[in-house]
Design a protein around this ligand. Structure first.
Ligand code: GAR
Length: 220
């Protein structure tokens, strides 16, 4: 009798621009075998950010691709794609990567690229999400994890986590509350992907062969 084939460990590249708390959560989850994958490369568009230090301390290859070196977006994204191809990456994880990616790049990683965004999408794509939630008098905020398509912060949602907004909150306090949710939510979603349980098909996210609703998994 032969045993079922184990799922081969996936090769992940994480793209960052800054502090890298989500990167750290993913590094820890891989190191503890919660996620069946290896982070083989961390790319930043900014030099000397904390996320690069975290990657180096974990023994992960790092690269900095600065926008100044590639004034044309298409050239930047080609350099990025070439680098990821060198590492035979299965999954691209955007973890606070503050650049818009070209359609060509997005198509190359169709169904194989995830993003985390600090709002309950489709509310507040783009920047300053927490201040915008405060200004609108919202009573809750959160994070959204979604597949990346060429619509900014607009791909199919996989999972959202909600937090309350209190009367005396400021944007920084909400950001911290949301971030604490991000650090458990993102590893869970990446784990699903690496177990071949999560796919994108027909412009929807599917988990365990079931299409997820417009707000993703476990939303009301
Ligand atoms: C996270 O809050 C993430 O949701 C946000 O950047 C932060 C990165 O934090 N992403 C975006 O705003 C993307 N539109 P980190 O560097 O500590 O992981």
């Amino acid at each position: 009798m032969s045993l079922p084939n184990p799922i081969p460990s996936k090769r992940i590249a994480v793209l960052i621009s800054g502090f890298g708390s989500n990167l750290q959560a993913l590094i820890d989850a891989c190191n503890h075998c919660y996620i069946n994958a290896e982070i083989v490369l961390v790319v930043s568009n900014k030099a000397r950010v904390k996320g690069l230090t975290r990657a180096a301390e974990a023994g992960i290859d790092t690269a900095v691709i600065r926008a100044q070196e590639y004034p044309e977006r298409i050239d930047y994204d080609r350099a990025l794609a070439d680098l990821l191809a060198d590492y035979s990456v299965d999954l691209v994880v955007l973890a606070g990567f503050m650049r818009i990616l070209s359609t060509d790049f997005v198509n190359t990683y169709h169904g194989r690229m995830l993003n985390i965004h600090p709002s309950l999408l489709p509310k507040y794509p783009g920047l300053n999400t927490h201040q915008r939630a405060l200004d609108n008098g919202d009573k809750e905020s959160g994070c959204s994890i979604h597949f990346v398509t060429d619509e900014l912060d607009g791909g199919p949602i996989i999972l959202q986590a909600k937090v309350p907004i209190f009367a005396d909150d400021d944007a920084e306090r909400i950001a911290q509350r949301v971030n604490s949710q991000e650090l458990t939510s993102y590893p869970l979603v990446v784990k699903w992907f690496c177990e071949n349980r999560l796919i994108m098909r027909d412009k929807k996210a599917w988990l365990d062969n079931h299409p997820l609703g417009p707000n993703g998994y476990a939303a009301e």
